[in-house]
Design a protein around this ligand. Structure first.
Ligand code: FAD
Ligand code: DLZ
Length: 510
């Protein structure tokens, strides 16, 4: 009997576990662009182009390698609007009685696929996703019995496990596990940041752009200037380009933000790693090699590897350990709606405008913009976690629930009660001023806090500290903030809270 092999839009590699022991004569691969996956959130248009084009290129490659592939292209009137419907039709059409697939990245779809056995009357084999360096079981074994989970300790285990940046006698290369103290420089234009790696759209991509323009008009963002890689080979070129031109400065300017440069020295590899065009371990190995061969310094290479081997694996582990309850958390009791300017960029706050506008144009903003600008503002303003999570899931080309949710709900919103991060990343305008040149071009004055034209982040920061005293006053990493707050004169504290109340009442007008 034949077997259907389902490959999802974020599983685009021949190394995917669903293909292990597959038989080109017996098995049929199924890939499908479906309404339900394209519409479960307001996906950025560039993300849709990236995924549909990468899926089409991957299907062609499989066919060229001799596989039989059933590929459904997107049309709003397709009979099969969900992956389940596509599989049900294919089971009928081919007489297959088995489906093999690799576990889905996110809970929503995982729940559906887990029920296919009963719903479709076929045997459904769900294999582990071996692209992750830590298995779900491995992570849960590591987490077992720990009161608090800290990325740094998990990361060290992962360094030992993989041998990445480890000396032959089991010590971290360069003598330290973490070189973050060297990675906090402001960028003032020198050295110049490299232009982003570009691939000009081929015929397949151009067709997908037309499709997205025709059928996803109301989705966020633009398809203009689409230049992402859509094949493994091009994504490898993007990796090489990053190593040659950006990695050497990645560490120094990792936390920097710029009024003029969207990408700075970041890798822009997450869209490819997350959909399967690049393997995360291979990316880390390539970066480590750059250090061994003297092409990039240790603070850059270690910092880069930590993001993938540490943070990426860590958030995925937390997601699977705690879903589906994790998505409901709102421990700070936030009630405010997401301001509309998150969708338009139409705000006088320069840093917010710049981060949102880049997001709209590129389906990308770098980590510190996501964390310390759009994230920080949502935290200070007390936005409902589900609303800000929905926004982050929609607007980035690399967004999938398993990675977006812990980053937003845990790291940014502290809505999980500090499970993922030991303290909230709340910051006033001073932080943004220290790490960027936005403030000098801003309508608001970063050196003011209570006046009409004062930077909103300043008063909102103190309002956040004040209203969450019960949550944070006993946190040893927050003690100084409370001492600073308590030291201020009562009139000053009152003026700050008044200004913040006014800002909160008029969020949409900022
Ligand atoms: P670089 O700065 O070059 O970092 C290298 C790689 O490290 C990235 O490609 C990514 O694979 C990994 N990485 C770095 N930080 C993290 C992290 N915190 N969690 C997981 N992986 C990380 N990343 C996503 O892939 N998808 C998301 O939906 C996503 N949402 C985020 C939301 C918020 C609020 C925050 C604060 C972070 C989010 N991140 C997300 C993490 C990080 O911001 C992006 O991975 C990074 O900006 C992608 O750009 P880059 O490839 O240029 O990364
Ligand atoms: C994100 C996405 C989109 C936009 N479209 C499709 C699709 O049409 N077909 C498909 O197989 N996968 C798609 N994906 C990726 C899935 O949503 C992804 O597999 C889940 O989010 C799990 O990570």
């Amino acid at each position: 009997m034949s077997n259907l092999i389902l490959i999802l839009g974020d599983q685009l590699t021949t190394a995917i576990s669903a293909l292990e022991n597959a038989d080109k004569e017996r098995d049929r691969i199924v890939m499908a662009e479906v309404h339900d996956e394209a519409s479960y959130t307001n996906h950025h248009k560039k993300k849709l182009v990236l995924l549909f084009s990468a899926m089409r290129h991957f299907a062609r490659r499989l066919e060229a390698d001799g596989w039989r592939v059933h590929y459904q292209t997107y049309h709003p009137d397709n009979e099969s609007q969900s992956l389940e419907a596509v599989i049900a039709n294919q089971l009928k059409e081919t007489g297959a009685d088995r489906v093999t697939t690799t576990e889905c990245g996110e809970w929503r779809l995982h729940e559906q696929v887990s029920q296919w056995h009963g719903r479709l009357g076929a045997q459904v084999e769900i294999r582990p996703d071996t692209r992750f360096i830590a298995s779900k079981q491995g992570f849960s074994d590591w987490a077992e019995g720990r009161k608090q989970l800290r990325m740094e300790f998990f990361y060290r285990e992962m360094r030992r496990k993989t041998g990445l940046l480890m000396t032959p006698d089991g010590k971290p290369e360069g003598g330290e596990w973490n070189f973050d103290a060297d990675n906090r420089r402001k960028w003032t234009g020198k050295p110049p940041a490299p232009a982003p790696f570009r691939v000009e759209p081929d015929e397949v991509t151009r067709e997908v752009i037309d499709l997205v323009e025709a059928h996803f008009t109301d989705h966020f963002g633009t398809t203009e200037d689409f230049h992402f890689a859509v094949t493994h080979e091009d994504a490898e070129q993007a990796l090489e380009y990053f190593i040659d031109f950006a990695l050497p400065c990645f560490g120094d300017f990792q936390d920097a933000m710029s009024d003029d440069e969207d990408w700075l020295f970041h890798s822009i590899l997450s869209p490819y790693i997350n959909c399967g065009l690049l393997d995360p371990l291979a990316v880390c190995e390539a970066a480590a090699q750059a250090w061994y061969s003297g092409r990039a310094p240790i603070n850059a290479v270690e910092g880069f590897i930590r993001q993938i081997l540490g943070w990426r694996e860590f958030v995925r582990g937390i997601y699977w350990l705690h879903m589906p309850e994790y998505a409901q958390e709102n421990r700070l009791g936030n009630t405010r709606s997401l301001p509309w300017f998150y969708w338009t960029g139409d705000t006088k706050m320069r840093c917010m405008h710049k981060a949102i506008d880049a997001t709209r144009r590129n389906a990308y903003a770098h980590h510190i913009q996501r964390l310390m600008v759009t994230g920080n503002f949502a935290l200070l303003a007390g936005v409902k976690p589900e609303e800000i999570c929905d926004w982050y899931l929609a607007v980035y080309a690399d967004a999938y629930d398993w990675v977006e949710l812990p980053n937003v709900l845990g790291m940014v919103m502290h809505a999980d009660g500090g499970y993922l991060g030991s303290k909230p990343y709340a910051a006033s305008g001073k932080y943004i001023q220290r790490m960027s040149d936005h403030c000098s071009n801003c309508h608001y004055k970063v050196n003011k806090a209570t006046e009409e034209d004062a930077c909103p982040f300043n008063a909102l920061y103190w309002h956040f500290i004040n209203r969450h005293r019960d949550d944070f006053a006993n946190n040893p990493r927050m003690g100084m903030m409370y001492r600073n707050w308590d030291k201020q004169k009562p009139e000053r504290r009152e003026a700050l809270l008044r200004r913040a109340d006014d800002l909160l009442a008029h969020l949409e007008q900022l």
